[in-house]
Design a protein around this ligand. Sequence first.
Ligand code: SAM
Ligand code: DTB
Ligand code: SF4
Length: 362
Amino acid sequence: MSLEENISSPAKAGAQTIAHDNSGPCPAAGNEVRNDWTREEIAALFELPFDELVFRAASIHREHHTPGQVQLSTLLSIKTGGCPEDCGYCNQSAGAKSGLKAEKLIDVRTVLQTAAQAKDRGSSRFCMGAAWRNPKDRDMPAIIEMVKGVRQMGMETCMTLGMLTKEQSQMLAEAGLDYYNHNIDTSPEHYEKVITTRTFDDRLETLENVRNSGINVCSGGIVGMGETREDRVGFVHALATLPRHPESVPVNALVPVKGTVLGDMLADTPLAKIDDIEFVRTIAVARITMPASMVRLSAGRESMSESTQALCFLAGANSIFTGDKLLTTGNAGDDADEAMFAKLGLVPMAAEQRDDVMEAAE
Ligand code: SAM
Ligand code: DTB
Ligand code: SF4
């Protein structure tokens, strides 16, 4: 099949041939979008034989998305380091001894120049991140100019600025912000072992403000922070039972940075790196439980083999961050990604195609 044919024909193959087994708590694959998942059902999905799990995830992926297409997004840190929060994984926390230099909010012109370069390199979404607990009202005018400027270039906009009030969400919605990223990060139970300066419920409140303002929600978390399987079940459960699923679900593999609480705690232990198969399982379960969402294979790709990434795409991941850098840590890089896309026959998702997906999800 040519590249063009591949883009224009939404593959349905496999959807009718799923092995249905309704004998236990493990739900059979189907194309309905559900918000009433139980932890037992999600745990049963994690327990499936790996090939069965990936087959179900791939089948569901084909019912809602065009296989082989992957959305490319570029990240830019617009305000780096010196963050008052104590997220144990993060080198941008003021408490981390990672040697990262704290910077002020960068100017709008620099942001727009970087976005233009990202667009030239094929990126269709530009995500701007700030190391803040929350934006201050005095920051909002510059933030709004950034959103408007990037949108005018024809790129989708995403921001991650910490907690948002109803009013700030509304202002960003009026500026035309397409997505807001705010992660729940992990299960409600594991959360307080990782972050103490804001609660799981604080996160949900921001997500509700974003949702109510009409901005698309991007929310996911990190795998490999020393959490248990049960925590990964709880993490997916918390997202999949939101009143409306996040349109985008980033699944990050922890990038263990020296000088951070978790980077130092997990170094030289068997927990230092999440097992690849368990990571793919998490992607597959996210795909099955949130069939219409974009599942984003986010941080951690730099140290992930092509084979593991290929399994993630097979299991339903359909979005990545490109470029040499995420916000502050390394990323796979455009050359490595181009080679991987060529080897796997993947193509970048066109903006129009993604819009179709979003409409279908509504
Ligand atoms: N300050 C904002 C916030 O926390 O919402 C925005 C930026 S923050 C860096 C965005 C997300 O990146 C975090 O919620 C976390 O899930 C992810 N992240 C941060 N550091 C990471 C690391 N070392 N490895 C993997 N993911 C990480
Ligand atoms: C998300 O879940 N992953 C991206 C995005 N949201 C902002 C960020 C990952 C950051 C990894 C650490 C860093 O580079 O600073
Ligand atoms: Fe701050 Fe965000 Fe890092 Fe937490 S994850 S320390 S809020 S920049």
